[in-house]
Design a protein around this ligand. Structure first.
Ligand SMILES: Cc1ncc(COP(=O)(O)O)c(C=O)c1O
Length: 434
């Protein structure tokens, strides 16, 4: 029995194997048995600067040593205000805007939904099948991931299929039928005048790292504008440089009304933010509070992350390393017929595994075994997708070319080993994954 089985609640676990970590070191993690692992997950994208980056350590230690309170609710603190100013500067948007701080992608998305409903008086929200927007009641209720099928959708929620170029839902041009369905909903049961917001990811991350066809995001935003519906972009996993652009939505020149940030913003510390119009986020005091919102240590981490991204050119690094990974993966695909599709931008990459390339039958168990074997061989990564068959590569943005090479070598070996039956079913039987 793993040691945590008797102490840590199973309802917060998403385990793919008996993976235990003792420490972190740059873009590597040290396993409990002392092995050094290349980190191709960054804890689902949160450890944007890797582990123990000196700038992050210095900022956190300095702030913690003389902590100016713990909260922004009733007193102002400098790290929170300077982080808010930085976020306003680096996000596009019109007019007066404000920043709300939270601890997780979930609370950021939850706050957005509550705030836009209150501000607009409109009750409908449109989101996408496959989207994971959070694990709190309301953020789950506007999500469309199969892992959350146990949760009750929010009344007034309409879900559209997210366009999937590899597995199109509808015949014809990918995305067109979804846009037509959006028009149909707005003209019928989801009347535009009662629709507060469309909540969308520029790359749908937990749904399988889906990159929509060119023009789709812009077309959704155009429709929203035409109807006075707010465009909300969830940048929690793919934002702040990871895609090789500061914002994932920038790929289509979209200017969202509201944006949620999380994960990589805190570099691994609990921190999220919402950027949006002042008339929505200033509308009422004491409306969306948690005691530790604007925590100065978390905000100091956020400042260090944004400063380091700029100072070390990490947006460019994400683009370059991502390009190298894509090239390497295409080479692996020549050897491994289980690789059905490779997609993504920068360091937000998905590798869809299939039983055969013609039927495209999802290779879910195979995928779980690859993750398991990678861990054994020295690479940490996980998988996503509604069929649990998409390897997710979201390494720290500090990843080096050498680590790219090493990580891909291990992935190559792991796929080969699983294909030749080196990972028995029993090895992964105890781990449900998702
Ligand atoms: C796109 C997206 N939004 C929101 C969330 C929720 O973030 P958190 O788990 O930090 O609450 C996630 C988490 O996986 C996510 O991927």
């Amino acid at each position: 029995m793993a040691r945590d089985a008797g102490s840590i609640a199973g309802i917060q676990k998403l385990r793919f194997g008996p993976f235990a970590i003792r420490a972190g070191d740059g873009n590597r993690l040290i396993a409990a048995d002392g092995r050094s692992l290349i980190d191709f997950s960054a804890s689902w994208g949160a450890a944007s600067l890797g582990h123990g980056h000196p700038a992050l350590v210095e900022a956190v230690q300095r702030t913690l040593g003389a902590m100016p309170g713990a909260s922004i609710l009733s007193t102002v603190n400098e790290p929170a205000v300077s982080l808010a100013e930085k976020l306003l500067e680096l996000t596009p948007g019109q007019g007066e805007r404000r920043v709300w701080f939270g601890h997780s992608g979930s609370d950021a998305n939850e706050t957005i939904i509550r705030a836009v409903e209150a501000a607009t008086g409109r009750k409908r929200v449109i989101a996408f099948v496959g989207a994971y927007h959070g694990g709190t009641t309301l953020s789950m209720s506007v999500s469309g991931h199969t892992a959350q099928a146990h949760a009750t959708p929010r009344p007034g929620l309409f879900l559209l299929p997210y366009p999937n170029p590899y597995r199109p839902h509808f015949p014809g041009a990918v995305g067109e039928a979804t846009l037509a369905h959006l028009d149909y909903l707005l003209a019928t049961v989801c009347p535009a005048h009662d629709t507060a917001a469309i909540l969308i990811e520029a790359i749908q991350s937990d749904g399988g790292l889906l990159v929509p066809p060119p023009g789709f995001l812009a077309a959704v935003a155009d429709r929203a504008r035409r109807h006075g519906i707010l465009v909300v972009c969830d940048e929690v996993k793919v934002g702040l440089g990871r895609t090789g652009m500061m914002h994932a939505f920038a790929a289509e020149g979209v200017e969202p009304d509201l944006i949620s940030f999380g994960k990589g913003l805190g570099g691994g510390l609990p921190l999220s933010a919402v950027v949006g119009p002042a008339d929505i986020l200033d509308r009422q005091t004491a409306f969306a509070m948690q005691t530790l919102c604007g925590n100065p240590v978390s905000c100091a981490a956020g400042n260090a992350v944004l400063e380091t991204i700029a100072k070390e050119g990490l947006v460019d690094n994400a683009a370059q390393r991502g390009g190298e990974i894509m090239t390497g993966l295409r080479r692996l695909a020549e050897r491994h017929p289980q690789i059905g599709d490779i997609r993504g931008r920068g360091l937000a990459i998905g590798v869809e595994l299939v039983a055969d390339r013609t039927s495209r039958e999802p290779a879910s168990r195979f995928c779980q075994k690859v993750v398991y074997r990678c861990f054994e061989l020295g690479l940490l990564l996980f998988y996503v997708g509604l069929r649990s068959n998409v390897l997710e590569l979201t390494p720290p943005m500090t990843l080096t070319a050498r680590e790219v090479e090493k990580g891909l070598d291990i992935l190559d070996r792991a796929i080969g080993d699983v294909a030749t039956g080196r990972v028995p079913d029993a090895a992964i039987a105890a781990y449900a994954g998702w």
